[in-house]
Design a protein around this ligand. Sequence first.
Ligand code: LCS
Length: 391
Amino acid sequence: MSSEKAKFETKCVHAGIEEDVYGAVVPPIYQTSTFKFKSAKHGASLFAGEEKGHIYTRMSNPTINAMENAIAELEGGYKALGCGSGMAAIHTVFAALTGCGDHVVCSTAVYGPTNTLLRDIFKRMGVETTFADTSNLSEIEANIKKNTKIIYIETPGNPTLAITDIEKSAEIAHKSKAVLIVDNTFMSPAYQRPLEFGADVVVHSMTKFLNGHADVVAGLIVVKEEEMYKKMRKTLNQTGGVIDPFNSFLVHRGIKTLSIRMERHAENAMKIAKFLEQHPAVESVSYPWLESHPQYDMAKKQQTSGGGIISFELKGGFAAGEKMMNTVKLCALAVSLGGVETLIQHPASMTHFTMGQEARKAAGITEGLVRLSVGIENVDDLIADINQAME
Ligand code: LCS
């Protein structure tokens, strides 16, 4: 069903769904690794790109394509590529666009393994990365070099929720003939669409809000134009980090409720952020739509909500945070985020441990920082649980 002119909530329900031969309302799962050719000539013609059709699931599959088309439409992109994880998506974009001798500018506040991917594997491949506080545009400009191919930002950044101006970053990138890539995992297309602000590529950990039910690990690349799509598809075919049909089906099911889930995540998060901000045991709270957030105006400009993630520090530092994480009952002590259930974790010893203390310090990830992924439970129950744990 075409829904290009429809509103976002309608697109969530209908995007990517095409007429089925049996009239199925939900696209079936094509759980097959390969597709039969009608003849040797047909097979050759598919491989030569003269005819359209599916060959092999690493290259394309109807269930995967349906999910990719749906999210490409939600992000306002040309096409999307489903990957086996968010990290597979991130690896693919760097593998597609950089080579030995190239340079990358990357936000200091990014998911830990994104930082280590660049500092480890891509460094060994001869790609140099400068980590910069991209929430300060002059830091991006100052670090651009002649060989800069990519400006890579995560906004809001994991876990500090630092915001980077997407529109201005795109201007800086394009002036230097570089590409702007935005990790949009924290906002999802429900609340931020980076391509509309000039970004060239969007990446997602679909493990998070897009799937939304903490039962899938998956990633996505969304591109703005055909040339970029061809580069990404060629790389993904070669490196093989694709999603499978069943997980694609689950993500496609998940996005039907994306807009209503996000509304509850954000409504609960705002109430909890305000509760934490006035609590005497809390040292500081970071939530993009709190006026106290250092980039509040920027967040208001490019996001249509504050989202579902909060990070905060207790007055007693790490010891107090640790005690709290061990005392919550309803909030689960677990990494990941963006699912319907509320999760709490400690970035310095968990999600951002591999970065090392120095890189964490540069990114503003203090040893006492606690991150909360606010679920869709009743907010009074969540506040009661957080409150009893802090006491
Ligand atoms: N980008 C962001 C912003 C993320 O938060 C994550 C995972 C990834 C990419 C990688 O995606 P994955 O390969 O896991 O699908 N973030 C996690 C986190 O904060 N806790 O556990 C995983």
